[in-house]
Ligand binder design. Structure first.
Ligand SMILES: [Zn+2]
Length: 418
């Protein structure tokens, strides 16, 4: 992570550069009707200030019904934005986003649980502000970056029990069981799933019937592109079960965004047929001083480099990939955090205010006002409990504290501590 001071200095230097143009398109083939997407390019950070525009793109892949995906598409953005403190400069706003994304994901999950619906959804949620791309994701809908230098990198991790040993250990430690489906005769088939519920994912929004250890806490990554720009491909597993990151990027080189999205879907269907809902968003981030030109095939000399950062469902940790990328000056990594522990994700009071202008404390997740005696520190009663931390913010209301304990396996969902 780059220190804030360095970040601000860098921003000040690049403020002279114009903001990039965005060109984007989406394509989808439905099998079960559970994939959804969001493309919104007219969001503003400061009301009434058109120069504070930012864009949001999201892919949501629902399971056991579409209610969680639709609810998340319609509410997550507002929940994230309401978790960003007011009156921040652009740099402060960007710096506050990772934490606001965590709060927004958890709030959306918590609210959806009150609807009495049993579905769940993956979410890959991308905020583009200038050259800075912030991605938050739960589940296995990937976002990849094809930079102009010709390197393809993964901006998400796959929260699949089969491929993520850390997540398997977390789920087991929180009271879930991980195993394969058994068929008659005792043979085990298919990918690793968690029980009860039988979900293959280790994180999602919704899934009230599966268990609170399937958490909505997103992996978050924030990168700054070079002014050469790049292409983002955000897609559901209908694409990634058929194509590696590299072949998805390669299949649409040279095409404008809208055609590119269609081409990636077509390529996935050609490889594997329509086995699952298949959705793909392509976003080109284009320097303003150049004619609109989609990413070109990389020069041959990049191939050696590419070959060791790529791979289908690569198990290489994303931070290692990012370091390699930043070492060749393609992207600058600003933030990366994937922990499933809320206390580690909400930070301390000093890293972002949670008091309102009226001096009241607010809940770091749902933003309700708290009386000074009411809030429980996010650090209280956790392994982070030290002599001083239980009194440090950020604070949670009693509802969100219950949610936190349930996600950590400390008590069943919905059981309150009196
Ligand atoms: Zn709350």
């Amino acid at each position: 992570m780059v220190p804030l001071a360095a970040l601000i200095k860098e921003e000040a230097r690049s403020e002279k550069l114009e903001r990039p143009l965005l060109r984007y398109g989406c394509a989808s083939q439905s099998k079960k009707g559970e994939d959804f997407f969001l493309m919104k390019t007219d969001c503003v950070r400061v009301t009434g200030n058109p120069s504070s525009t930012f864009a949001v793109f999201a892919v949501l892949d629902g399971h056991n019904g579409n209610a969680a995906a639709i609810y998340t598409r319609d509410n997550l953005l507002n929940h994230v934005l309401s978790a960003v403190p007011r009156g921040l400069s652009r740099d402060e706003w960007l710096h506050a986003l990772p934490r606001a994304l965590v709060a927004g994901f958890v709030k959306t999950d918590k609210e959806f649980q009150t609807k009495g619906q049993t579905s769940g959804t993956t979410v890959t949620f991308v905020i583009i502000d200038g050259w800075t791309v912030t991605v938050a994701s739960v589940g296995d809908s990937r976002c990849i970056l094809d930079s102009q230098g010709g390197a393809v990198s993964l901006l998400t991790v796959d929260h699949r029990l089969e491929e993520n040993v850390e997540e398997r250990e977390r789920v087991t430690a929180s009271g879930g069981e991980v195993g394969r489906l058994s068929i008659v005769g005792g043979a085990e088939i298919g990918p690793l799933r968690c029980w009860p519920g039988g979900l293959c994912l280790s994180r999602s929004i919704g899934d009230i019937d599966v268990g609170e250890f399937i958490v909505p806490i997103p992996y978050v990554k924030q990168v700054k592109l070079s002014t050469a720009g790049g292409r983002l491909i955000i897609a559901s597993d209908g694409i990634w079960d058929a194509l590696s990151s590299e072949s998805a990027a390669k299949s649409c080189h040279g095409l404008p965004a809208e055609l590119a999205a269609r081409q990636v879907v077509k390529e996935a269907l050609r490889t594997r047929g329509l086995k699952d809902d298949t959705t793909c968003i392509v976003v080109d981030i284009i320097p303003p001083d150049r004619s609109v030109k989609p990413p070109q095939p990389p020069p041959k000399k990049m191939n050696k480099f590419k070959s060791f950062i790529l791979g289908k469902r690569s198990k290489e940790p994303a931070n290692k990939l990012a370091k390699k990328l930043s070492s060749v000056g393609i992207v600058e990594e600003l933030f990366e955090e994937g922990s499933a522990m809320l206390a580690e994700r909400l930070g301390t009071e000093s890293s972002g205010g949670t008091t309102t202008s009226s001096g009241l404390f607010t809940c770091a997740i749902c933003q309700v006002d708290l009386a000074p005696s009411e809030g429980v520190s996010v650090h209280a009663g956790s392994i982070f409990s030290t002599s001083s931390k239980p009194w440090e913010g950020p604070f949670l209301c009693s509802d969100c504290r219950d949610k936190k304990d349930a996600m950590e396996g400390k008590r069943p969902s919905g059981v309150k501590v009196l």
